[in-house]
Every structure is written in C-alpha cells, then in structure tokens.
Design a protein around this ligand. Structure first.
Ligand SMILES: C[S@@+](CC[C@H](N)C(=O)[O-])C[C@H]1O[C@@H](n2cnc3c(N)ncnc32)[C@H](O)[C@@H]1O
Length: 233
C-alpha cells in the first residue's frame, strides 16, 4: 500500500482497531502511556477547545482531561473502527459532554479558520499521505498564538541502541503484531512508516514551512519517540 491512499489507511486502522490498545501497550512495554503523559504536560493550562488529530482510541484526548488542561476536546480520525473504540471509552468514563468525536481527514478539515486554542496529535502525523498539507491544515484551524503538540516515533541516535531497536521494530514487532491481530500487513506498515518518517530538525523544518514558529523538540527514551511543540504565528 502506498501512503497516498487515505481510504486504505482508514481501512488498515479499522482492521486492527479491536486489538490496537492491547498491542500498543504490550509492544511498547506500556511506555506509550508515559509518552502521552509527557506530551500533554507540555500543553499549557486554561485551554477552552482543543483538537486531537488522529485521535484513534482517544488515549491522548483522555490524558488532556486527566491533566485538566482543557474544557472541551474534539477528536477526529479517518477510521470509524478506531473512533468506535474511543467512543466506548468516553462513554465508560462519562466524558461524552467533554470529548466529541468526528470522522474526518486531517488533510481536509471541516472546521473554520482559527477555531482551536490548541491542536495535539500522537502517532498520527507519520501516517498523513501528504505531511505538509496536513500540517498546513492544522495551522489553518489553530488560533493565532495557539499551541501545537506532536508526539511521534523517531529513531535512536546511539548505534548500540539503534541496533536492538531496529531488530525489534523490523523483525520482532511485525511477528507479534501479526500473531495477535491476524493482520498480515498492518504490523509491517508500522515499521515502514517509522523508518521513512522525517524527525528531529527535519520535522522542525516542515513545521516552519507549514507556518509554525518557535518550534522545539524533546527526545524521549533514547530518541525512540519525540515531542514537538510549536506555535501559530
Ligand atoms: C497509530 S494511530 C494513533 C492513535 C492515537 N492518537 C494514539 O495515540 O494511540 C494513528 C491514527 O491516525 C489516523 N489517521 C491517519 N491518517 C489520518 C488522516 N489523514 N486524518 C485523520 N486521521 C488519520 C488513523 O486512522 C489512526 O487511527
């Protein structure tokens, strides 16, 4: 599958939505939860409306509420299957007045210009079929001076860590993913998107190109993931 096919990305996540949370936590040894907590710590308090792009099963949106950073959140995602799983969690936690979900493509959002106080996205941007278009669209819906937080996979710098990481990412993870999800392709797609994605300074350049300023980044867990923070001009 080429990244260009947005329908297929949605269908791929539909097909793994049932196992997504379990596999996410299992394959990352639960570190993903800590990374989301750290990403939301970067968001300043007192936000009224926040957009969670590629919200999936809504863990990042729920973390915003746990840290009392916003009054309302809209979560959007291409995949109906992922959103259904997220909605189950929201209902269980009684958060349906606070978190609203919509099936949308981030490359073509339905929201007016300057709608949100902040936009967040975890493990979503590397799936965009057109990264720059997605970032520009996020910039468009963000209010001036609004905050943009991105949590995304990156690649470790140190060669010894890099060796074991690549072994895990390219060989072990697809095997376990396939075993549990019974989906032949999905857990090969994941390492491919991580291997191909621009991270660190190169991602900061993309943020500037899309109209963001004062962009900074922090590496997590030897550089396996990175948090980016940027502002709209
Ligand atoms: C790896 S999941 C991340 C889900 C969630 N944010 C998390 O932290 O677990 C990636 C999600 O991005 C969504 N996605 C990919 N491309 C998208 C796009 N162009 N617009 C909206 N959602 C998209 C997929 O459907 C999927 O649910």
């Amino acid at each position: 599958m080429t990244k260009a096919d947005k329908t297929q990305v949605g269908q791929l996540f539909d097909s793994i939505s049932e196992h997504y949370d379990f596999l996410n936590h299992f394959l990352s040894f639960n570190i993903d939860k800590k990374w989301r907590r750290k990403a939301i710590k970067e968001l300043s308090i007192g936000k009224d409306l926040v957009l969670d792009v590629a919200t999936g099963t809504c863990d990042l949106a729920i973390e915003i509420i746990n840290q009392k950073k916003a009054n309302h959140i809209i979560g959007i995602d291409l995949s109906k299957g992922m959103l259904d799983k997220g909605q189950e969690k929201i209902d269980r936690l009684n958060l349906s007045e606070i978190i609203t979900l919509k099936q949308e493509n981030c490359l073509n959002l339905s929201f007016e210009d300057n709608s949100f106080d902040a936009v967040v996205v975890a493990f979503g941007v590397r799936n965009f079929s057109d990264l720059l278009k997605g970032l520009k669209e996020i910039n468009r819906v963000l209010k001036p001076n609004g905050e943009f937080i991105v949590l995304e996979f990156s690649k470790p710098k140190y060669s010894i860590i890099s060796f074991f990481y690549n072994l895990y990412l390219n060989k072990i993870l697809p095997l376990i993913g396939r075993l549990f999800s019974k989906h032949i392709y999905a857990y090969t797609y994941l390492p491919n998107t991580i291997n191909e994605f621009v991270y660190g300074k190169k991602f900061i350049e993309k943020l500037s190109e899309a109209g963001f300023q004062n962009s900074t980044y922090k590496e997590l867990t030897f550089g396996v993931a990175t948090i980016y923070k940027a502002f709209k001009l």
